[in-house]
Every structure is written in C-alpha cells, then in structure tokens.
Design a protein around this ligand. Structure first.
Ligand code: HEC
Length: 162
C-alpha cells in the first residue's frame, strides 16, 4: 500500500515537472512573438513623423519632374520671390533656397509659400527662420496650384544642381 502511494506521488511529481517545463516553453515562445510584434508596430509610428508644416497642404504626390509645371513655377518665382530670395546658398532678405527640397518636406514648402504668416506663428522650423532672418515672409495669396508649380521648379533646380 505504501509502495502504491509512493509510486502515485512519484508519477504525480514527474507529471507536474513535465507539464511545467513544457508549459514554460510555450510561454517563452509566445513571449518572443509578442516582443517581435510590438517592435514591428513601433517602426511605422517612428517613420510617420514627417514635418509637413501648418497650412492647407496635407499631402503632395510627387512624380517625375513635370517641365511644364516647372516653367510656370519659374515665372512665378521670378515675379514674386526674387526680391527676397536667391537661388543660391546665399542669404538675402530670406534664406538662399538651393537644396530646399532636400531639407524640407514638399508639403512644408507649399505651406510656407501659401501661408508664411501662419507658418512663422505655428511651425517650429519657420519660427526659427523668422528669429534668424528677422523679416516676415509676405503672404501673397499664392494658390495651391501656383505653390505646386513653384515646388516643381525647386525640384527641377535641385535636381540640376546635383
Ligand atoms: C518679403 C520677403 C520675402 C518674399 C517676397 C518671399 N519670401 Fe520666402 N522667406 C522670407 C523669409 C524672411 C523667410 C524665413 C521665414 C520668415 O521669416 O518668414 C522665408 C522663407 C522661405 C522658405 C523656407 C526656406 C528654408 O530654408 O526652409 C521658402 C521655401 C520660401 N521662403 C519660398 C518663397 C517663395 C516661393 C516666395 C515667392 C512666392 C517667397 N518665399 C517670397 C522672405 C520672403
């Protein structure tokens, strides 16, 4: 009788140990999976921190450079912007604009062109530029289409300066 109890106890302990260690294995596996998923979901959040500025433009689709748009943009730029900007690295009333499409998001550039007053009031980068240049860029009621053409001219210029 004692032997029977002993062997029951023995099997009980073995079964307990086996179930614990196999259970532990599963937990480890699912633990690793959970870590992997949280890593994956973290990455997209990190890449969505584009600085698009503040204003009407939330998203711009860029294709290959459109020479017609760029030509209209060039005319607009020469008529409305060259009193304060040079297409060079040289500071004038405002920043030299060479490389601007490399340092800013396209949406940011269009918002700066359309609502520069809102940008210097609310966007951290534009605020800093105002503090550096000590002049407020004029709001000339540029339309979204005009701003898009100017952006295309900048893209064409930056592609050529490379
Ligand atoms: C009265 C002078 C003035 C005029 C006119 C002007 N700007 Fe500006 N621009 C500035 C100043 C000054 C800044 C820096 C931000 C500020 O202080 O408003 C600036 C900033 C910018 C920036 C950001 C540059 C950077 O390095 O991020 C862009 C892009 C820009 N202007 C484009 C234009 C375009 C395009 C036009 C014509 C439609 C234009 N500007 C007309 C003075 C001017």
């Amino acid at each position: 009788m004692k032997n029977l109890i002993k062997s029951f106890l023995y099997f009980g302990i073995v079964a307990f140990v086996v179930s614990c260690s196999s259970g532990g294995g599963e937990e480890n596996e699912s633990g690793e999976n959970t870590t992997a998923t949280s890593d994956d979901s973290y990455k997209p959040t990190a890449t969505t921190t584009k600085d698009i500025g503040v204003g009407p433009v939330k998203h711009v689709d860029l294709g290959p450079i459109d020479a017609n748009k760029a030509a209209i943009g060039k005319e607009l730029f020469e008529a409305k912007c060259t009193s304060c900007h040079k297409w060079s690295t040289e500071k004038y009333v405002g920043p030299g604009l060479v490389g601007v499409t490399k340092r800013r998001e396209p949406e940011w550039i269009m918002n700066q062109i359309m609502v520069p007053d809102k940008m210097t009031a609310e966007d951290p980068i534009a605020k800093e530029l105002l503090a550096t240049y000590l002049t407020q860029m004029t709001n000339q009621n540029i339309t979204e289409e005009q701003a898009r053409n100017i952006l295309e001219y900048f893209r064409q210029q930056d592609a050529a300066t490379n």
